[in-house]
Design a protein around this ligand. Structure first.
Ligand code: MAN
Length: 561
């Protein structure tokens, strides 16, 4: 079996190629026929100054520096591009340091596909069916080898596989067309969303502007009103303010009295301890009248204390009284401070009883008058920062919420616009895959690719999962890999590569990243994942989205009709 790499280098020539005719020297490929037509002489292809006799062609002696006089033997094999590095040590002819004019020995392979075989394999005693199914490379039967022509069966199998590949390609292309259709619909939906959001944003723009001018107008017109301060709001409001202050004062005083009481109790306890000790430790035999009187007095005091009912109020009750007033304890002052119209509000509210057009007119006129009075120093202006009227507050809050709603919608609009402009590959096809994931196992891990989101490594031993990168962009790269029989490979050519970067940090290294190479397949599938270098992963993934559309030119699909 020969090096399969030779396949790539030689390249197959199309079906139905011109087979070397009887009169042509052996091994001449169709595109070189013109150099070998003369019956008398031969001119070296790469060295036209050298002309040989026709009999020197294929005489098993390398006469042309480019090897073109030996298209059908291995005599010039050492200048074959697949030969070892040149010039070979000890090369006698000195012709080895040249470029070969011919790509190899031409096997016509009738019934299959003609191809070139490296000269060094001509008559080497091995049948090279991979490239030379007709066995013509072993025409000299070196070592008694006879290579039968197998082109019929090899060609048949090849065509069967080709047909299978073509059908697969067609099915994949069909799936791709479906994906493109889905992507188009998704794009349309985003466009509709954008249009709607634009309308909403315009509406909110207008509303914001309207509320802005309303707020400014209200603020201007309210400047003339009596402004609230704590406890205002008519007589009741004033009373509430005073009562709240008074209660706070009493609470503070009670707090201080409780502290004093606790200090005094400590002192009493200390004195009682001293007297108890005196009673227990004095010597009654010393007839000290003063001590005896003191002890007797202490005993009377102690007896009286024991009989006395404790008139103490419970400390818990006092603590309850000392607690700050709030919604849940004491008095909820807020109930009295808000919700009640001020005397001034009442005056203003009389307008509400007027018919609407009159009310607006009167309100406007009065306000204008009031503003005029303020502006001309007749009425006092009231700083809004300390006591904003409820009307102004309401107008400001309405404006703020319109501003917020506007900002939120604008954010959504910008996000959708970004989404629309995102690169989803040729024909926008990958838009249809967004949000979907596909996974496959390798070694001790499951590897998951979430399209346009992230790649993840999941331990099958239950050690959790690791982010291997977040999607950044689509690139293209040229790959050159052998075709695989199961079709699950990248093959050769320009391939789309999805870059996922900035994943979880690698111990003592950079953040993990993944290059996702895409190949054409009928279904989404992770073919293989390898850790090319530490924490740098390479995934090979098949997807119909990565296929070329093999639709014949001029043939319209049902969708397009
Ligand atoms: C984990 C896995 C490996 C990686 C090492 C780096 O074991 O994510 O793929 O090489 O961490 O420490």
């Amino acid at each position: 079996m020969r090096r399969t790499g030779a396949l790539a280098l030689l390249g197959a020539i199309a079906h139905g190629s011109l087979a070397a005719s009887e009169s042509l020297p052996r091994g001449v490929g169709p595109e070189f026929v013109k150099f070998y037509e003369s019956k008398t002489t031969f001119t070296c292809i790469g060295n036209p100054s050298i002309t040989l006799k026709a009999s020197q062609v294929n005489d098993n002696s390398c006469d042309c520096p480019d090897g073109s006089d030996e298209p059908g033997t291995a005599a010039c094999a050492n200048i074959d591009p697949l030969s070892p590095e040149q010039p070979l040590p000890g090369s006698v002819t000195g012709t080895t340091n040249t470029t070969a004019a011919l790509p190899g020995f031409w096997c016509a392979n009738a019934g299959h596909i003609g191809s070139y075989l490296p000269f060094m394999y001509v008559n080497d005693g091995v049948c090279d069916y991979e490239l030379c199914c007709d066995g013509s490379d072993e025409y000299a039967h070196a070592g008694g080898v006879r290579c039968e022509n197998r082109c019929d069966s090899i060609g048949k199998e090849y065509r069967r596989l080709e047909e299978q590949r073509r059908e697969n390609k067609e099915r994949s292309a069909k799936k791709r067309r479906t994906l493109v259709k889905e992507a188009r619909e998704l794009r349309r939906q985003v466009e509709v969303k954008i249009a709607n959001l634009k309308t909403e944003v315009r509406g909110l723009d207008a509303k914001k502007a309207e509320l802005q001018s309303k707020f400014e107008e209200v603020e201007r017109s309210e400047r003339g009103k009596v402004v609230k301060s704590e406890g205002q709001g008519g007589k009741l409001g004033v009373l509430v303010g005073l009562a709240k202050n008074r209660v706070n004062e009493l609470r503070n005083t009670l707090d201080k009295v409780m502290d004093q009481r606790d200090d005094l109790q400590d002192k009493v306890d200390q004195l009682e301890d001293i007297l108890t000790k005196l009673k227990e430790e004095y010597n009654p035999n010393f007839n000290d009248e003063g001590v005896k009187v003191a002890v007797k007095a202490w005993e009377d005091y102690a007896a009286g204390q024991a009989g006395e009912a404790k008139g103490d109020f419970a400390d818990a009750d006092v603590m309850e009284v000392l607690k700050e007033d709030s919604e849940t304890s004491g008095i909820n002052w807020a109930e009295f401070e808000t919700g009640e119209a001020s005397d001034v509000d009442v005056v203003y509210n009389w307008e509400a009883y007027l018919p609407a057009p009159v009310r607006d007119y009167v309100h406007q006129k009065l306000n204008l008058l009031r503003v005029w009075a303020i502006e001309n120093g007749i009425l006092a202006d009231n700083p809004t920062s300390t006591g904003e009227s409820r009307l102004v507050t309401a107008a400001r809050e309405a404006l703020d919420s319109a501003k917020n709603a506007h900002a939120v919608k604008l954010g959504q609009l910008e996000e959708e616009q970004r989404e629309l402009e995102k690169d989803y590959g040729p024909d926008d096809v990958f838009r249809a895959l967004k949000g979907k994931c596909v996974s496959g196992e390798a070694g001790e891990y499951d590897y998951e690719l979430c399209w346009f989101d992230k790649t993840t490594q999941k331990s099958r031993k239950g050690h959790g999962s690791t982010n291997m990168g977040n999607f950044v962009r689509i690139d293209k790269e040229f790959v050159d890999e052998e075709e695989r029989l199961d079709g699950k490979g990248l093959g050769k050519g320009q391939r789309l590569v999805l870059r996922y970067e900035n994943g979880q940090g690698c111990w003592n290294g950079p953040n993990r990243r993944t290059d996702v190479y895409l190949g054409c397949a009928e279904t989404d599938e992770v073919w293989r994942t390898v850790e090319a270098e530490k924490c740098v992963y390479r995934m090979e993934v098949g997807s119909p989205a990565a296929c070329e559309d093999v639709q014949e030119p001029g043939v319209q699909t049902k969708d397009e009709l």
